[in-house]
Design a protein around this ligand. Structure first.
Ligand code: KG4
Ligand code: ZN
Length: 337
């Protein structure tokens, strides 16, 4: 069974071809970071236009790499939301046309279910129940999972997403876009004690997150600081270390609290921010300390990619959950059970 998947929800056009739910025959990604860097964030209109230019040639490349003729594809999967509406429309329209022309079923995938499914690419035997932390540029959600494809929302950010906090923090420090990887790299050389930030939302009563106060704390700190201090040789590394520690500390603390409350066996961490080296290390250490398994996809499967959409689509295909050809993308699609 061959699934062809398309992801175009934000600033990456991705197409993958997956055989029998486990062999990735092609997994191609065209990133638009260069296009948006000058603006310090994703410009939706530019993103849509680039998706339109890239998607056709990328499909041909993927088919050539997989050595699979289009006629042998059994189903077309596509990210139907959440994301930028114009960007989603490109992928969904393309997928619907392919499904119609080939007479093959269409599968509509939730972007966050895609991120969670990325964990199964390298770890197909995750033991349930599990708790999944999805940390991306737009979301910071915790889900309790009883099996693959089942998700119950048990925590979320009440304001900014963790990735957003990294990106906005980096922008305040004049570090460029996307901020997460830059802060991650700089923080490695920094002294985490030098600029401590209070870890937000420490209540053990709930498993929600809040990151906008942290952003304000960084701004106020920078405003009050004498200019000379900002020019100290290790200033950027030190402040990045403190800022990152507060974000990651909160993610780890709440994930472990959720794992305890839900009495799970495994922890999954996924989404763009799951590439963060401190988060990966810290989750692994804490999970081991509590006798839990932890599964974090390799960095290439943490950021948006096509393989994760195909993996999620496989579960739907097995359950015959197909989408109609009049499918419309939804920028704020909810992830149901
Ligand atoms: O999942 P993703 O690729 O796209 C969305 O669906 O949003 O996540 C992108 C986010 C950005 O905010 C980016 O700064 C963050 O992931 N990110 C990181 C790292 N790599 C990417 N954040 C912290 N540390 C990293 N190493
Ligand atoms: Zn994503």
């Amino acid at each position: 069974m061959i699934i062809l998947s398309i992801e175009s929800s934000c600033d990456e056009t991705a197409i993958a071809i997956l055989r029998d739910g486990q062999t990735i025959l092609a997994d191609l990604l065209s990133s638009q970071i260069d296009l948006h860097q000058a603006y310090g964030g994703v410009v939706p209109e530019l993103a849509c236009r680039r998706h339109i230019e890239i998607i056709g040639p990328l499909l041909n490349e993927a088919l050539a790499e997989a050595k699979v003729p289009l006629a042998e594809v059994d189903a077309i999967a596509v990210t139907a939301g959440p994301g930028l509406i114009g960007a989603l429309l490109v992928g969904v329209s393309f997928a619907k046309s392919l499904a119609y022309a080939l007479g093959k079923p269409l599968l509509a995938v939730h972007h966050l279910e895609g991120h969670i499914s990325a964990a199964f690419i390298e770890h197909p035997d995750i033991v349930f129940p599990a708790v999944a932390l999805v940390v991306s540029g737009g979301h910071t959600n915790l889900y309790a999972m009883l099996k693959r494809g089942s998700h119950r929302l048990i925590g979320r950010t009440v304001d900014d997403a963790a990735g957003e906090a990294f990106d906005k923090g980096a922008r305040m420090l004049g570090l460029g876009y996307p901020g997460g990887p830059i802060i991650d790299r700089l923080a490695k050389k920094g002294d985490v004690q030098k600029y401590p930030f209070t870890r937000p939302y420490r209540s053990k009563e709930h498993t929600n997150f809040s990151f906008s106060g942290l952003k304000t704390a960084l701004r106020q700190r920078l405003e009050k600081m004498p200019a000379a201090e900002k020019e100290a040789p290790n200033f950027q590394a030190d402040i990045c270390a403190g800022f990152q520690d507060a974000i990651v500390g909160s993610l780890v603390e709440k994930t472990l609290l959720a794992a305890k409350k839900e009495k799970v066996e495994s922890i999954i961490v996924c989404g763009g921010v799951a590439s963060n080296s401190l988060l990966r290390e810290w989750i692994k250490k804490e999970a081991e300390r509590h006798g839990l398994a932890s599964h974090i996809p390799s960095a290439r499967y943490c950021t948006d990619n096509g393989a994760m959409i195909a993996m999620a689509a496989c579960t739907q295909f097995d359950r015959s959950i197909f989408a109609p050809l009049n499918l419309n993308p939804s920028p704020s699609l909810a992830l149901s059970l």
